[in-house]
Structures are given as structure tokens and as C-alpha cells.
Design a protein around this ligand. Structure first.
Ligand SMILES: C[S@@+](CC[C@H](N)C(=O)[O-])C[C@H]1O[C@@H](n2cnc3c(N)ncnc32)[C@H](O)[C@@H]1O
Length: 348
């Protein structure tokens, strides 16, 4: 389909751009062959990774060993010399994932946590090996994409929908289909996308690397309160145990509502809207985000078609969190998610 992807996170946009850009395989292979020739020379002939400028990233040695920093810096300066932007982006995606894997961050976490000290001693990742495996896997992905791809226009937009920005370009007559998974509203606590992408974004030199969680929905406090909303009762209950937390939760739903208003402005007359959401718990109180979305879209002339519940497949999601912040006391976060489907209708 002709489509536009939209996200405030620059790393997300880089990955989305790279994975939706057709690249001529033989042109890509020329660059990949040059790259492996250089790595071969460095690893087996010179024996030492040549010096390259090291990016100015705070606490770099806390997250990477000296050896890993040398290798990443070398790769980074090599990649930066690639003139073809589509190929550079393609290679940066593999680099980004490599950064994550060769860092001292713990696996299976969204938040930036360092490995335990004992593990650090034996952690000696093969940076070039990991990088080239990722490149070859992504090359397979590109080949599969090229086979299936139709002649369509795809673009990526940096619109912040919660501040009223609309994704561009905008089709005449509006979008027929919106598919999105808004954040869960806990970017500071459980699902910290900004933290997750930070090290890669800093190595690549993307803007706002440390600000993503603040820019995201619910990242800022708000003076407003939510009235007559399906989440109002739950927020009042949260407020009775933790006022600050209730404000944070409220700020998220205010942003989500604004974002839905932005989305509603760009719909075609019979557009279908699919929101994938988890009804998370805060202080053991369940927040009915699915009902919130239905109610917000109703205010914009949409009807609720269905809500499909499914188990969360293979997501990097904590199965349990500590609602009271008391060690050992956990409650279930989200094992299942809802796909809320609404439709704009011109008849109501
Ligand atoms: C649950 S993730 C979904 C990611 C991806 N679309 C997917 O389905 O895997 C939520 C995404 O919303 C983005 N986001 C948060 N606030 C936003 C806003 N105000 N405008 C646009 N995107 C936003 C975050 O950066 C994050 O990538």
C-alpha cells in the first residue's frame, strides 16, 4: 500500500526508512564486499583495528569495553563514508543492533541496566562477526522484500501527533487505514523505548538521543485533568494511593486523546482504525485503555467495530512489575493485548 509511518523516535524512523527502501542488490553487494575485504584485512593481516574518531558519548566506558569502542568507532567511520544514503541507512540498521548486542546492557530489558560485574569479565563480543551476521540476515530480508514489494510510495514522518502535528505527506481524501500501537504510558518506568534506543542513537549521531522518553506521549506533566473518561475512575483510585503517579498516568491519556484528535483529522470518510493496546495496571489498578480509545474515537464520528484480544507474542515485555515498588511484590503487567478496531462513518 501507499503508506506513511510516523514516530517521534529518530532510531525508529531510521529503521523504518531502511526497511522500506528498495535497494539494488548488486549495488549493495559491492559495498558489502568492500566492507568484508576491509574487515578481513584488519582482523587477519594488520591484527589491530585502526584508530578512528570516538564519538563524544557520556559514560561510554561504562557501557562498552575499550576494545569494543575501537571496533565500533572504526565501523562507524567506515559507514559514514558511504555516499549512497539508502545503503548507508541499510548498514546503519545492522550497526545499531550490533551496538546493543556488544554493550554491557542486560538482555531482555527495555531499561538501560548494566550486566552484573562478574559477567563483564568474560564478556568479549566479536564485534565484526556480529555485525556481518546482522548484515547478511538483513540482506536476506531485503531480497524477500524486493520480491514481494509492489510499486508503492512509502515515507516516514517525524510528526509528534500528541502536539497536533499531522503526518506528511497526506493523501487527498485522507488515510483509509491507520494501524498503530501507541506507547503504554510508562516510558519512565517499565517500557522505556528512549532508553532502549539511546546507545545506538548516540553512536549513530541521531538527534534527541536522550530525549525520546520525554518527547513521547505522557513524557511531560500536564495541568489538565481528564473528565468523563473511561479511565477517570481508575485514575481517581490511583490518586488515592499515589498522587504523583496519578498525574503521570493522566498526562499520558491527555496526550493519547490529543493524538487521536490529530489522527481523526486525516481519516478518509470510511477509514478503518486499528489500535493495539495493553490494559496495564498501575498500583494494581487496571486502566481500560481499550475503552478509552473507543470513547475518544466516538467523539470524532467513529464507531467501534470490534476488539480482538490476543496473547502478546514474543515481545520484550516484563511479565511482572512491582506495582508498589516493594521488592518481591509483583503483579501481572500485560500478557495480552487488545486490537481495538473502529471505523469512521459518515452516517452518524
Ligand atoms: C508501542 S511502540 C510501537 C512501535 C511500533 N510502531 C510497533 O508497532 O512496533 C509506541 C511508539 O510510539 C512512539 N510515540 C510516542 N509518542 C509519540 C507521539 N507523540 N507521536 C508519534 N509517535 C509517538 C514511540 O516512539 C514508540 O516507538
Amino acid at each position: 500500500m501507499h503508506s506513511v509511518g510516523c514516530d517521534i523516535n529518530p532510531l525508529v524512523r531510521l529503521i523504518a526508512t531502511a526497511k522500506s527502501t528498495p535497494i539494488c542488490l548488486s549495488t549493495l553487494d559491492e559495498t558489502l564486499n568492500r566492507l568484508s575485504y576491509h574487515h578481513f584485512q584488519v582482523e587477519f593481516q594488520e591484527g589491530e583495528v585502526p584508530d578512528a574518531p570516538i564519538p563524544d558519548i557520556p559514560n561510554l566506558t561504562y557501557w562498552f569495553s575499550e576494545e569494543v569502542i575501537r571496533c565500533l568507532a572504526y565501523l562507524r567511520s567506515w559507514i559514514n563514508k558511504i555516499e549512497n544514503e539508502s545503503i548507508r541507512n541499510f548498514i546503519l540498521v545492522a550497526f545499531s543492533e550490533t551496538v546493543r548486542e556488544v554493550s554491557y546492557t542486560r538482555n531482555g530489558e527495555f531499561k538501560l541496566y548494566r550486566m552484573p560485574a562478574k559477567k563483564l569479565e568474560d564478556f568479549n563480543p566479536d564485534v565484526f562477526g556480529i555485525f556481518s551476521k546482522k548484515l547478511s540476515r538483513n540482506r536476506h530480508g531485503l531480497a524477500a522484500f524486493l520480491e514481494k514489494r509492489k510499486s508503492v510510495e512509502v515515507s516516514v514522518s517525524d510528526a509528534n501527533t500528541a502536539t497536533g502535528e499531522l503526518p506528511m505527506p497526506r493523501p487527498l481524501g485522507g488515510y483509509d487505514l491507520v494501524i498503530t500501537s501507541p506507547p503504554y504510558g510508562d516510558s519512565h518506568t517499565t517500557v522505556a523505548y528512549g532508553q532502549f534506543s539511546r546507545l545506538s542513537a548516540e553512536w549513530i549521531g541521531l538527534p534527541n538521543a536522550r530525549k525520546v522518553d520525554k518527547l513521547a506521549m505522557g513524557g511531560h506533566h500536564s495541568e489538565e485533568t481528564l473528565m468523563d473518561s473511561p479511565v477517570a475512575e481508575a485514575i481517581a483510585e490511583i490518586e488515592s494511593v499515589d498522587e504523583k503517579r496519578a498525574q503521570e498516568v493522566s498526562a499520558f491519556y491527555i496526550d493519547l486523546e490529543r493524538s487521536i484528535s490529530s489522527v481523526a483529522q486525516v481519516l478518509s470518510p470510511n477509514a478503518t482504525i486499528c489500535y493495539v493496546v495493553g490494559n496495564r495496571r498501575v498500583k494494581k489498578i487496571m486502566l481500560p485503555t481499550d475503552a478509552f480509545i473507543v470513547s475518544a474515537f466516538r467523539q470524532h464520528g467513529c464507531i467501534h467495530k470490534a476488539t480482538i484480544v490476543r496473547n502478546i507474542p514474543n515481545k520484550r515485555m516484563p511479565k511482572k512489575n512491582s506495582p508498589s515498588n516493594i521488592v518481591g511484590e509483583t503483579s501481572t503487567t500485560m500478557h495480552e493485548e487488545n486490537i481495538v478496531i473502529c471505523q469512521r462513518t459518515t452516517h452518524i
